[in-house]
Each structure stands twice: as C-alpha cells, then as structure tokens.
Design a protein around this ligand. Structure first.
Ligand SMILES: Nc1ncnc2c1ncn2[C@@H]1O[C@H](COP(=O)(O)OP(=O)(O)OP(=O)(O)O)[C@@H](O)[C@H]1O
Ligand SMILES: [Mg+2]
Length: 123
C-alpha cells in the first residue's frame, strides 16, 4: 500500500465495530417443544467500518449476511458479541436500550429499492 494511501486510512476513525458476533436460533421439536439444537446463523463475526468507507459483505446464500445486518440494527438480539458505534466521537454500545437514539445514524435499507428509497429524491 502506498504511504499516502495508508495515511488517508489512518485519518478515518472507526465508525462501526462488530466484535465476535454470534446469533443462534434454537431448533425446536416435539410436544411439548424441546430445543434439540441450534442454527448457527452468525458464528463469531468481527469487522470494522471506518468513516467514509463502504464495506461489502459477500458470501454464499445462508452464510449469515442478512442476520449480521439485522443484529447490528437490533432487529435481532445477538446471542453474543459486541457492537460499537462511534456517535460524534463517543463510543456507544449498540443494544436494545441505545438503538432508539441511534436510529438517525444507523439504518437498514431493504433490498426492494422501490419500497425502501424515495423515487423523488436523488441518492
Ligand atoms: N429466524 C430464523 N430462524 C431460524 N433460522 C434462521 C432465521 N433467520 C435466518 N436463519 C438461518 O440462518 C442462516 C443465515 O441466514 P441469512 O439470511 O443471514 O443468510 P444470508 O447470507 O443473508 O443469505 P442470502 O444470501 O440467501 O440472503 C441460514 O441458515 C438461515 O436459514
Ligand atoms: Mg440475505
């Protein structure tokens, strides 16, 4: 990596950090229902996104991309792991309690562009 490119990266503070994220869904069988196992939808995912950076998450179907996103915005409660958001220079833990105050900064845009984006507005 070129020196000035590295310098540019260092100037970008971490915006979002995902640390060792896990999401397990119980598999239930029988009457009465018993948990017979777990679907390990997300199994120890860590990454960070710097300010001004775009990160693409790529992988085969069912590998946990959507679940990772849903956990970050708290549409799913993570089984384990830490989610940290840099809000105006303050490190804020993303959880059920704090997500409401982060809604303006942290959102999900669903895949159907016609229902998630306003066609009257430019990107
Ligand atoms: N609510 C749920 N209950 C049980 N299992 C689930 C649930 N949601 C997702 N899973 C399972 O978790 C795994 C990860 O699913 P996820 O939707 O995150 O994958 P994905 O990478 O987004 O896949 P795709 O590329 O098809 O969108 C899959 O095995 C899926 O079947
Ligand atoms: Mg998906």
């Amino acid at each position: 990596m070129a020196t000035d490119e590295r310098k540019k990266q260092e100037e970008r503070p971490v915006l979002l950090e995902v640390r060792d994220l896990h999401k397990l869904y119980p598999i239930q069988r029988g009457v009465p229902k018993r948990t017979v196992g777990y679907v390990r939808a997300v199994d120890g995912v860590s990454f960070q996104v710097n300010t001004g950076e775009t990160l693409g998450l790529v992988g085969e179907s069912g590998c946990g991309k959507t679940t990772t996103g849903r956990c970050i915005v708290q549409l799913e409660i993570p089984t384990k792991g830490e989610l940290i958001f840099n809000k105006d220079g303050q490190q804020v833990m993303i959880n059920q309690r704090t997500i409401k105050s982060l809604r303006r900064d942290l959102q999900m845009i669903f895949q159907d562009p016609f229902s998630s984006l306003n066609p009257r507005m430019t990107v």
